[in-house]
Design a binder for this molecule. Structure first.
Ligand SMILES: [Zn+2]
Length: 96
């Protein structure tokens, strides 16, 4: 059920849970009994599906439960060692 907000002229804004469409435009304030008008407010839309929420959630989760890598590391597809020098004489040097 949605939450409706009412603004009392004497007190503060208070909230009432009512069946959708059954909330009157005016309601008696539970504190002072004055007629309080219903307030138009933005709905509280859930952010659980957004990319920002997913990023925050995965960051918080990886802080306490790091993702474990199983199996071998991904290979580059080449069996040869990477070339660090362009000088061809360096290839003839002994390797460990
Ligand atoms: Zn009041």
């Amino acid at each position: 059920m949605p939450i409706y907000e009412y603004r009392c002229p004497r007190c503060e804004v208070y909230e009432i849970i009512r069946v959708m469409g059954k909330a009157p435009a005016e309601d008696a304030c539970p504190t002072c009994g004055q007629p309080a008008r219903r307030k138009i407010s933005a709905p509280h839309v859930s952010r659980t599906g957004t990319a920002v929420f997913q990023l925050i959630e995965s960051t918080e989760r990886s802080a306490s439960e790091p993702r474990v890598v199983s199996g071998s590391l991904p290979s580059t597809g080449k069996g040869a060692a990477p070339i660090y020098s362009s000088n061809p004489l360096h290839r003839k040097l002994p390797r460990p």
